[in-house]
Structures are given as structure tokens and as C-alpha cells.
Design a protein around this ligand. Structure first.
Ligand SMILES: C[S@@+](CC[C@H](N)C(=O)[O-])C[C@H]1O[C@@H](n2cnc3c(N)ncnc32)[C@H](O)[C@@H]1O
Length: 405
């Protein structure tokens, strides 16, 4: 947490960002770019602003309750919420020109009352608390707490260009301190407060920012040089680039998605990373998939999901989302799994993955698929738990195709 108060101008900036996210529904990353572009802010000050904004969004209902401010009232009442945030974190009040006062006795009463309500204390909306408890039972409270913590910064070494040791040394020379992540060979955790994307190492494509859990999914695919691999929900290619490294840039790696702008972004990243075996293809209709019937040694289905495993990185999502979205996503995941699994050849492997911790999107989907697709066999699965690992939350299951149909 901070060891000194925010400056008045940074406090105002936090309030404006919160207003944009909570009143106008802007995703947090876009609200940041809208407010930061054109500002001459030091990277440490940027870090402090994002830290406070992120913490407020991770426990928004708690801070709203403590300050008696509604989320949609930020522009008018946000100064009181920011004052409460400072007091709650044992910091002197920021010296804002105009700020609503806080009654400290009332605040103490509200803190005591909030401590009695675990979901409120952990910044969890009621619908999510009910869903988590229903789906995860005893495991939910620990996950709820873990999703309230700040996300760690992980990077993935691009083994097409360097080793993990080379990268750690080079970053040290650029004043970025890292530590190795146990159990994830390609990951480093960034432990200094440095501007990563301005480093030479980044410009040369030596690393990508990627959560350690996400790196585990790409390696579960077990792609090898010379194979034919399809990453069918590739997005902007976080996992595609990781897979290309595993393949040492040799063989065919087809990255597909329904959104062309994401694939365009992926192409740029692949160029910087030297991932020359990546080919992109838009999924225009079911024919795109049919044409690839039983051609792939490996297929990754990193399906669209609720994102409920990555809430510490995207805390704004839990205040925008509703429980009604889940069944729609579950139906889409089911369709994708059924239809895209056709691309796997006999003896080939399918990895189904999500960035959710909810069984309904994970093991339940896999069990339902296996019940009607006897030509696939279950190999293994893993729940990557934020509470147990400190990573974001993910799930993957590995399925082998054992017959034509
Ligand atoms: C979880 S994201 C993928 C993230 C990406 N694999 C990565 O590591 O950066 C899911 C992706 O699925 C895509 N998608 C949505 N519907 C799809 C469909 N019917 N077929 C293929 N991809 C789809 C979305 O555009 C999104 O990019």
C-alpha cells in the first residue's frame, strides 16, 4: 500500500477515473488511457494512482459503505470516499481544495459493522458471493479473499530470443528487479515499481506481460516443433506467442478468432516476438472450422468466459457484470467445445481452458462433453486457484482424441 497520501491532483484524477468507470461503464484500462494520455506524469505517480484506483475497485462496496457514497455519485461525492480510503489505510488526508468531511466516529462504527459482513469486507457483490458459495462451497471464502488482493506483475520470457537468466540480468541492468516463479519455467515476477514497457528488453521482444497461471495453460498444450497447432480463440495472442516459443518457431501455428482487430494486434506482437510460424485466420462461419477437420495435433480452446478468475486484474468487471451473463457464456462454451473439437486429429490433444474458477464453466462443461463424445478421453485437468498460487484463476482440461467419431 502507499506510504504517503496522494497529491491533490492525483486524488482528483482517481475520482475522475472512477467516475468514468462507474457512471459511464468504461473498462478500467480505457479509462486509464483516456486520463493518462497527454499527462506528463512520472511513472511512480502513475503507479500510485493505479494502485489506489485498483484497490478502491476491488473493494468498492466496502468503501462506498464506509463513506456513505453511491458508485454513481463519484464526481460529486468522490472526495469523501477518497478521504475515507486514506483514513482506512492510516494515511493523512490528501490536501484537496474542496473535499467533503468525514465524521471519524461514524467511520469507526461503520468499520466495526463491515467487519461482521465477510462478503462486504472482501469487496464482493452479493450475486457473486451467492454464486461462489453455490459453486465452490467451502473453497469460496479463501478465493473471495484472494480476489481482493492486488494482482502481481508477471512476465513470460520469450525463449525464441533469450533465456530466463539472460532476461533477468538484462532487466536488472535496466533497473527492473525480478524473481523466478517456482513451478513456472518461463515466468519472472517483477518486484520493483518499474516502467516495464519502456525497457530495451521489451522493445526487442524478450518478454511479454502474462500471468503465471496463463503461462501454465499454454505449456499444458505440450506443443512441439513441427506440429500443426490451432489456437482457436486466440484473441490478441497472449497464449499464441507462448505456444510459438514452445514450438521454437517451427511448424504450423494457426491463430483464429471472430474479431479481426484482435488478430491484427496479434500479428504486430508476433512480429516483435519473432514468432514467425504464426498465421492468423478470422472465423467467418462454421465452414472455417469444417475445413480444418481432423488436421491438428494440438487444439487450444481458450473460450470466452466470465473472467471470474481474473477479478484482481479487472476489478471493474464485477461491478458491471450480472449473474444473467453466465448461462449465455456457458451455452457459447458448449457450442465451441462441441464444434471446434472436430479439428483435432486422432491421437491429437485438445486443451479446453477458461480464466474462471466456477465449475459450471470448467469441469462441468468437460464432463458434459465427454458424456456424448466417446471418441475423446479425459487425460487430466487443473484448477489454478488464486488462493493457493497467488496467480490469477484459471482452469484447463486435456482431452485426447482416440477415434474418428
Ligand atoms: C479468453 S479470450 C482469449 C484470450 C487469448 N487466448 C489470450 O491468451 O490472450 C476468448 C476469445 O474468444 C474469442 N471468441 C468469442 N467467440 C468466439 C467464437 N465463437 N469462436 C472463436 N473465438 C471466439 C473472443 O474474441 C476472445 O478473443
Amino acid at each position: 500500500m502507499l506510504n504517503s497520501s496522494l497529491s491533490p491532483s492525483s486524488t482528483e484524477l482517481v475520482i475522475s477515473i472512477l467516475d468514468l468507470v462507474l457512471k459511464e461503464g468504461k473498462p478500467l484500462d480505457r479509462a486509464y488511457s483516456q486520463h493518462f494520455s497527454g499527462q506528463q506524469l512520472e511513472s511512480t505517480e502513475l503507479g500510485r494512482i493505479t494502485l489506489v484506483t485498483g484497490d478502491i475497485l476491488r473493494r468498492l462496496n466496502l468503501y462506498c459503505y464506509l463513506s456513505d457514497v453511491k458508485p454513481e455519485e463519484m464526481s460529486r461525492m468522490g472526495s469523501r470516499l477518497l478521504n475515507v480510503w486514506h483514513l482506512f489505510n492510516n494515511l493523512p488526508l490528501p490536501k484537496m481544495q474542496y473535499a467533503l468531511k468525514v465524521d471519524e466516529d461514524e467511520l469507526a462504527t461503520r468499520i466495526a459493522a463491515a467487519k461482521e459482513q465477510p462478503a462486504l469486507w472482501d469487496g464482493c457483490p452479493d450475486w457473486l458471493n451467492e454464486m461462489g458459495a453455490a459453486q465452490l462451497g467451502d473453497r469460496w471464502p479463501a478465493e473471495r479473499v484472494a480476489l481482493t488482493l492486488p494482482a502481481k506483475r508477471f512476465i513470460r520470457v520469450n525463449t525464441l530470443k533469450c533465456t530466463r537468466d539472460d532476461l533477468a540480468k538484462k532487466l536488472r541492468n535496466e533497473r527492473v528487479q525480478t524473481v523466478e516463479v517456482e513451478g513456472v519455467d518461463t515466468a519472472l515476477e517483477v518486484v520493483s515499481d518499474s516502467a516495464l514497457f519502456k525497457t530495451e528488453s521489451f522493445k526487442k521482444g524478450w518478454f511479454e506481460q502474462q500471468d503465471a497461471g496463463s503461462q501454465l495453460i499454454a505449456s499444458a498444450l505440450g506443443a512441439k516443433p513441427g506440429m500443426c497447432v490451432v489456437d482457436a480463440c486466440a484473441g490478441a495472442g497472449g497464449k499464441t506467442l507462448s505456444i510459438s516459443s514452445q514450438m521454437q518457431g517451427k511448424g504450423r501455428l494457426l491463430a483464429m478468432d471472430v474479431e479481426q482487430w484482435k488478430l491484427d494486434n496479434l500479428k504486430q506482437r508476433a512480429r516483435r516476438a519473432g514468432a514467425h510460424n504464426v498465421e492468423t485466420r478470422i472465423i467467418a462461419s462454421s465452414k472455417t472450422i469444417k475445413r480444418l477437420k481432423m488436421t491438428a495435433d494440438r487444439v487450444l480452446l481458450d473460450v470466452p468466459c466470465s473472467g471470474l478468475g481474473v477479478l484482481k486484474r479487472n476489478p471493474d468487471a464485477k461491478w458491471r457484470d450480472t449473474p444473467e451473463r453466465l448461462p449465455i457464456l456457458v451455452a457459447l462454451q458448449k457450442d465451441i467445445l462441441q464444434s471446434y473439437s472436430r479439428m483435432v486429429k486422432v491421437g491429437g490433444m485438445l486443451v479446453y481452458a477458461t480464466c474462471s474458477i466456477m465449475p459450471e464453466e470448467n469441469r462441468d462443461q468437460v464432463d458434459a462433453f465427454l458424456a456424448t463424445n466417446k471418441h475423446f478421453r479425459f487425460v487430466e485437468d487443473e484448477n489454478i486457484s488464486p488462493a493457493e498460487t497467488g496467480f490469477d484463476g484459471f482452469y484447463y482440461a486435456k482431452l485426447e482424441r482416440i477415434a474418428e467419431a
